[in-house]
Design a binder for this molecule. Structure first.
Ligand code: NDP
Ligand code: MG
Length: 390
């Protein structure tokens, strides 16, 4: 039996992970965590009977505890809360793998603690890897745990290079594909008036709100470039982004001899999720399959980094390294939250990131506390500056 913890079980990745678990009788849920959504968490807890459930919000945690008691399940399920509760889930005894599927930097501490207890990590939570990759990668080596990418591009690259890696063939170039998002081909003038409801319509993938906005600004692809840098130990000059609007090729790796190996499939996150949970095995997965006779074309374009500046800024932050990665990520998290609340415009997102990066004095090898301090400083800077203007 594979014992699984899901941090972020009520989200897009979390619920799809539970679908995978439902379809594999040798998988069992040990702990679940969410921020607020206790209705769904109660349903999930009743179905999967985990030992531990965390609700980050304290009041909601109390309410869930009462509901679990009313349903007579309190002997089987304990409820915890806050960062301590999230960490308790991540380190719970007897779990084999933690699916990191919260959104944002909140995942850093629990992921680090899970690694220290020898658990493999199925990594969806890219913000954690982007900001703390320099801590997480060596720690995973030290504790001999596997970091299995769930992000479709990184899962694709992992699948492309896995066999080659065993023969010591390293890729010369990583080619990350991008759909280009809903505003592909538009120029800045047209992007000025974009509203959250426009940006929340992704052409190919159905995802949580934050990553959907990130996809529309191409900051998501920037985060993925940095994610690839950490996961595959690649230099930024060897990571190329190519727009492939149909989202059929999930990414590619080019080798010394010019051979390019790609992973293709329909856009369905259950494939990378199941692959991470079952690695190195492949299992049957129901759903649509690629039909090459019906597929009319696969096309490619160069990304427009002058219009979608978020991608260019990610390369800049990646080259600077250190705490600049936290600045890039934290500024984006805050700017996206402001955009979703109609407190900032669409083009303010890259503008805010740029301003925060310009303001920052880089720390080359930030500790976890440095990272959390820089995150707070970035938030303070934005609040001070933008509360005045907006
Ligand atoms: P969602 O917004 O759909 O879900 C986020 C989940 O995290 C929810 O369960 C939410 O709980 C939970 N959460 C948020 N804050 C906390 C907290 N403080 N404590 C405990 N739980 C918390 O996001 P997605 O599933 O779309 O994305 C999750 C991560 O995976 C992100 O980092 C994203 O970039 C990455 N990713 C997502 C992909 C996708 O297809 N969705 C693809 C590739 C990567 P609640 O519901 O209660 O708010
Ligand atoms: Mg992705």
């Amino acid at each position: 039996m594979k014992e699984i913890v899901i941090l972020g079980s009520t989200g897009s990745i979390g619920t799809q992970t539970l679908e995978v678990v439902r379809n594999n009788s040798d998988m069992h849920i040990k702990a679940l965590a969410a921020a607020n959504n206790i209705d769904l968490l109660f349903e999930q807890a009743s179905e999967f009977m985990p030992e531990l459930v965390c609700v980050y919000n304290k009041d909601k945690a109390q309410k869930l505890e009462e509901r679990i008691k009313d349903a007579g399940m309190q002997k089987h399920i304990s409820v915890v809360t806050g960062m301590d509760g999230l960490t308790d889930c991540a380190v719970i005894n007897g779990a084999d793998i933690v699916v990191a599927a919260v959104s944002g930097m909140i995942g850093i501490k629990p992921v680090i603690e899970a690694i220290k207890t020898g658990k493999d990590i199925a990594f969806a939570n890219k913000e954690t890897l982007v900001t703390a990759g320099h801590i997480i990668m060596p720690l995973a080596d030290k504790y001999g745990v596997k970091l299995l990418p769930v992000d479709s591009e990184h899962s694709a690259i992992f699948q492309c290079i896995d066999g080659e890696r065993q023969r010591h063939n390293r890729p010369r170039k990583i080619i990350l594909t991008a759909s280009g998002g809903p505003f592909r081909g538009m120029k800045k003038e047209e992007l000025k008036s974009i509203k959250p409801e426009d940006a929340l319509k992704h052409p190919n993938w159905s995802m949580g709100k934050k990553i959907t906005i990130d996809s529309s600004t191409m900051v998501n692809k920037g985060l993925e470039v940095i994610e690839a840098m950490w996961l595959f130990g690649a230099g930024l000059d060897n990571i190329e982004v190519v727009i492939q609007p149909q989202s059929i090729i999930h990414s590619m790796a080019e080798f010394e001899d010019g051979a390019v190996i790609a992973q293709l499939g329909v856009p369905d996150m259950k494939l990378p999720i199941q692959y991470a949970l079952c690695y190195p095995d492949r299992r049957a997965l129901s759903g649509e399959r690629l039909d090459f006779y019906k597929m009319s074309q696969i096309t490619f374009e160069k990304p427009d980094m002058d219009t979608f500046e978020g991608l260019r800024l990610a390369y800049e932050a990646g080259r600077a390294g250190g705490s600049m990665l936290t600045v890039f990520n934290a500024a984006n998290e805050k700017a996206v939250a402001m955009f979703l609340e109609n407190k900032a415009g669409f083009l303010d997102i890259p503008k805010i990131i740029k301003e925060c990066m310009q303001e920052h004095k880089n720390i080359s090898d930030p500790s976890l506390n440095d990272i959390l301090d820089v995150e707070k400083d970035v938030y303070k800077f934005i609040e001070k500056r933008y509360n005045r203007i907006l």
